[in-house]
Ligand binder design. Structure first.
Ligand code: ZN
Ligand code: ZN
Length: 538
């Protein structure tokens, strides 16, 4: 009797401890445009202390997916960190047609702000178009704003959207100077540590010796030959081959080209270390968030495609950056004192022409051609007029003024477009606004289109292209669809509150943050979902 009481007391005591034990730092890592299968493909060439260590010590979800259509960078970061989808957080693309402003807008551009750290417009940014808070805001609120939230990336949207409205800072690269900059939304002048970092001229230092492969080039047997017809050319290059004379390429273009090289990720690794040291992240009992988005993987992915040696080399080097970051976190914050996740904002398809040459269904869609085709269909049915305001992100916006003036209803517009698109190769589904506002038949793709469609911001109609089609060129790649090549992303959770293991259960990207919130015992972001990845939790 007494013994069982004692055991019960011990059990209750340990439950209360585990419910309260919190990490001092949460680290979110987004690898821009990372496909899940890169982990398998490059496994033999990875070091022991990067991806392999995360998987060895943490929890790997082998079947994690983006759960909405419109698999772009901005919706990806907004969805991961808010635990929701564009239907709720409103970031429906990197840029989109704004119905009220009657023009294209960029997801984080904010004309009311000024640049900090550059004279260029690169800093006139803020999260003002985001409709819901992120885990950054939860962590700030949790400690009555004593804990910090900081976002870093080469891309403004990769730094701003994760860190939240109440972030202490978000930093990204101004491609004209190569400096890390921010916006007056966060501060009036750069912290001394950021100015000092910029004084070091890291982009020039890291680019100085050019880009050659990390390993001997014949070891890259997991990739196509170096000189393939499926890659785009960097400025000054006549073939897509190593070595890359980066100083010459940067001179001929801008520091954007530095970002295409894997050293863009090296720079972010160094910047992350400086942020941890100088902001003392994880240094006291007030939990902090560091959100890092590695951009070079995406910039190189667009240029060279998933089968290139350039992409493999970028991942082998990223693995080393992750290894140093983990070592630094262990040394400074303490192994087991931080909670970390690594995922991607979207994946990407193989280069269409490479697939076509192998007889695999693929191809490209010319957005301008498709828009002109829809305009012509409306002109033919209703008479010549300006019927369409925008066709972008696979969404069509009608010109209501024209419909009113010509006495046509929007429903008439739907039926003309539906009928016309029956004869347009490469479109498998067409949805009207009404279709998306009412319960749809249960089907994976209709659900993903619905999750990506926002009542306040999205178009009058949405279309879904056939599997394999992308709006792009035949060389390099892009991402946008709701098919597995764009949605299947890696997910590794690690550290305090996370169990060791692996699972093939389907997981949605919007489940990452609620799971992390359970692991670190804080509130859920306002609009996040509450289905968590149970197997990863104690
Ligand atoms: Zn991206
Ligand atoms: Zn991209």
């Amino acid at each position: 009797m007494r013994k069982s009481f004692l055991l019960l007391a011990i059990a209750l005591y340990s439950i209360s401890i585990s419910a309260q034990e919190k990490p001092t730092l949460v680290v979110g890592i987004v690898v821009d445009q990372m496909r899940m299968d890169y982990i398998y493909r490059y496994w033999e060439k990875f070091s022991e202390n990067g991806f392999k260590r995360m998987i060895r010590d943490g929890f790997l979800c082998k079947n994690a997916h983006i759960n909405y259509a419109g698999t772009y960078t901005a919706p990806g970061h907004a969805s991961i960190y808010s635990g929701s989808t564009p239907m709720t957080h409103g970031i429906i693309g990197n840029d989109w047609f704004d119905k009220k402003e009657n023009q294209m807008v960029y997801c984080v551009y904010d004309s009311t702000q000024t640049s900090v750290g550059t004279k260029a417009d690169a800093g006139k940014m803020s999260p003002h178009r985001m409709l819901v808070p992120t885990i950054g805001d939860v962590i700030r609120t949790n400690s009555v704003f004593k804990g910090k939230s900081i976002g870093i990336s080469l891309k403004d949207r990769g730094a701003i959207l994760p860190a939240g409205f109440s972030a202490n800072g978000a930093y990204w690269m101004d491609y004209t100077s190569g400096d890390m900059v921010t916006s007056s939304y966060y501060m009036e002048k750069l912290p001394v540590w950021v100015s000092n970092f910029n004084k070091q001229k890291w982009p020039d230092k890291l680019a100085k010796n050019g880009w050659s492969t990390l390993l001997a080039i014949e070891k890259y047997v997991e990739s196509s030959e170096d000189n393939s017809p499926y890659e785009r050319l960097m400025d000054t290059k006549e073939t897509p081959t190593f070595p890359y004379d980066l100083p010459a390429i940067i001179k001929a273009s801008s520091y954007y080209s530095f970002g295409i090289s894997p050293f863009g990720n090296t720079l972010l690794g160094k910047f992350a270390e400086q942020a941890i040291i100088n902001e003392d992240l994880g240094g006291d009992e007030n939990m902090d968030l560091l959100a890092i988005s590695f951009s070079s993987t995406d910039m190189a992915g667009h240029m060279f495609g998933p089968q290139s040696i350039e992409i493999q080399d970028t991942y082998l080097r990223l693995d080393l950056e992750l290894s140093s970051l983990l070592k630094m976190l262990d040394d400074r914050v303490g192994s087991g004192n931080y909670t970390l996740f690594l995922t991607a904002d979207h994946a990407a398809p193989s280069v269409p022409q490479l697939l076509i040459d192998q007889g695999i269904p693929s191809g490209t869609v010319d957005r301008k051609d498709l828009r002109a085709y829809m305009e012509k269909a409306l002109d033919t049915s209703f008479g010549d007029a300006d019927w369409i305001r925008s066709y972008y992100n696979q969404e069509l916006f009608f010109n209501y003024k024209t419909f009113d003036a010509q006495g046509k209803s929007i429903e008439d517009g739907y039926s003309v477009i539906r009928k016309a698109l029956d004869d347009y190769d490469g479109i498998v589904s067409v949805y009207s606004k009404e279709d998306l506002q009412h319960p749809l038949p249960h089907n994976k793709f209709t659900q993903l289109t619905r999750n990506g469609w926002n009542q306040m911001r999205s178009g009058d109609m949405a279309v879904q292209y056939s599997p394999g089609l992308i709006e792009y060129y035949n060389k390099g790649t892009d991402h946008e669809s709701s098919y597995n090549y764009d949605t299947h992303i890696p997910l590794i959770l690690m550290g305090k509150g996370i169990k060791n293991g692996v699972s093939s259960d389907p997981v949605d990207v919007s489940q990452i943050v609620p799971t992390v919130c359970m692991a670190i015992s804080v509130a859920l972001p306002d609009a996040s979902e509450h289905r968590v990845i149970k197997k990863a939790l104690h």
